[in-house]
Design a protein around this ligand. Structure first.
Ligand code: 2HG
Ligand code: ZN
Length: 482
């Protein structure tokens, strides 16, 4: 039988909505053809296939606010979307075609950069990379670095409170925000783009929108803190005997010069193996593959800090003590980049290796080795042959405790047990006083876990805040809250 395309179901939207939207954003600002809206309707992990009724792409805050006002009046739900790099389906619309995707991509201007105040005022649709480049051009550093920085946008970064590789030193996205401009669910614009280092004037509203995943308002611009650009950077890749040894190495760097640690990442041997397998151009710059690795980056804005000497001194001591088995220090920017690629290619390599279940979890830093050991044992008991790919931000306690399908199992059979696997890891994380979502957020994947982890007064308060700010529930429905 020839294959036929199923007919598109009728749109459940008010009849004159599209014309009214076009009048606000113009023809360039509205996508309605299925081929044009398709990339905005699913997430890159392929977990969800939604159907956007249309994609609205306002050019500025006034247009965006007019769109929100219009939709509020008609009771139409909006799904804000940045670079669509969510790990938890945080930016996909529902399947029934009743929701509009609101893309921030055309709002990508740099409004101001002040190298005395050390602030960057930037619109939500700019990519993180563009923001980093703008800061670097003025001799400053925007101290946030994540694997998807070429596509992830500032609005999404803030709405999810992204973390990444430098949290150990500079904190999460929320620690970098001085001010915000936000379009509220009724279309009002909150102009909170202040760039003050001190401002105790009632509730700290900006932090309400950071990490709210677009359920309380739409961030349209932000004032971000910058720091001085490092003058010196030193990177090493170390083979270590165990996660305990990796933690001991971290502790030694902390004791030696805590202010210099720019990143401290852990990688299990299995994940590095996948990275090498799927990137034939990459080589492991060590004598032999190991079971565990630590990647350490030191950086300083001080002249003549002698970081290289610090790195050598700490590593020599650790080698002598048997904590580090082998280590290589990058001799050039190219080598530094090659070492970092061994870390940053994990996500893509896991995708190529087959189906995986991700657990973006955190525990107190001291408990990271216990997490890796206990969760590994629990998962292997649950599903013999399961492959553990644990890696991530050891210095801040956030490990991506990911599981890869057993070689002898189909992807579908493996993924059918995703909740079971997440709950298995979750039990270990809970016993260690950790969190079930460290930096990727809740999105559409994890609201079902909220009651068990954040129930009682905490969830009740969140639900009351949601009802107070978005009583009709039109902003990013079905995300975050159960
Ligand atoms: C990273 O740290 C990202 O590379 C992605 O948070 C982690 O793929 C993942 O699970
Ligand atoms: Zn991460």
């Amino acid at each position: 039988m020839p294959e036929t395309t199923p007919p598109t179901p009728p749109s459940p939207l008010p009849a004159d909505l599209l014309a009214a939207l076009r009048a606000i954003v113009g023809p360039r600002g509205l996508l309605t053809d299925a081929a044009d809206t398709a990339p905005y309707s699913s997430d890159w992990r392929g977990l969800y296939q939604g159907r956007a009724a249309a994609v609205v792409r306002p050019a500025d805050t006034a247009e965006l606010a007019a769109v929100v006002r219009l939709c509020a009046g008609l009771g139409v739900a909006l799904v804000p979307q940045g670079g669509n790099t969510s790990m938890v389906g945080g930016a996909v619309p529902a399947e029934d075609g009743s929701q509009l995707v609101l893309s921030l991509a055309r709002m990508a201007r740099i409004r101001a950069l002040d190298a005395v105040d050390m602030t960057l005022t930037i619109e939500a649709g700019a990519t993180l990379k563009a923001a980093q480049d703008a800061a670097a051009a003025q001799g400053c550093l925007l101290p946030l670095s994540i694997g998807s920085e070429g596509s992830a946008q500032i609005g999404g970064i803030l709405s999810t409170n992204a973390g990444g590789n430098n949290t150990v030193r500079y904190g999460n996205a929320r620690d970098l925000v001085l001010g915000l401009e936000v379009v509220l669910p009724d279309g009002q614009v909150w102009e909170g783009l202040r760039r003050l280092r001190k401002d105790n004037t009632g509730y700290c509203l900006r932090q309400l929108f950071v990490g709210a995943e677009g359920t309380l308002g739409i961030i349209t611009a932000a004032v971000l803190k910058l720091v001085p650009q490092p003058r010196e950077t030193a990177v090493a890749l170390c083979a270590v005997a165990s996660p305990e040894a990796a933690l001991e190495l971290f502790t030694r760097f902390q004791r030696h010069d805590p202010a210099a640690i720019q990143a401290f990442e852990y990688m299990g041997g299995e994940g590095v193996g996948f990275v090498l397998k799927h990137n034939p151009g990459l080589v492991l710059p060590l004598a032999a593959p190991a079971g565990h690795y630590a990647l350490v980056e030191l950086a300083t804005p001080r002249p003549d800090a002698g970081l290289r000497g610090t790195l050598e001194q700490v590593l020599e001591g650790a080698l002598e003590a048997g904590i580090v088995q082998d280590a290589v220090i990058a001799e050039s920017a190219a080598q530094r980049a090659a070492i970092w690629r061994l870390r940053e290619e994990h996500t893509e390599a896991q995708k190529r290796e087959g189906a995986s279940v991700k657990n973006d979890v955190s525990v107190p830093v001291s408990q990271v080795p216990a997490l890796i050991r206990d969760a590994g044992a629990a998962c292997r008991r649950l599903m013999p042959g399961i492959r553990v790919v644990a890696f991530g931000h050891m210095g801040d306690g956030n490990i991506h405790f990911n599981l890869q399908q057993p070689e002898a199992m189909t992807a579908a059979d493996f993924l059918a047990r995703d909740h079971e696997i997440m709950d298995c890891v979750g039990a270990v994380v809970r016993a260690l006083d950790g969190s079930f979502s460290a930096e990727h957020g809740i999105g559409r994947l994890k609201p079902y876990m909220m009651a068990a982890w954040r129930g009682g007064a905490e969830l009740d308060l969140m639900q009351r805040i949601k009802r107070a700010i978005d009583p009709a529930g039109l902003l990013n429905p079905g995300k975050v809250l159960p």
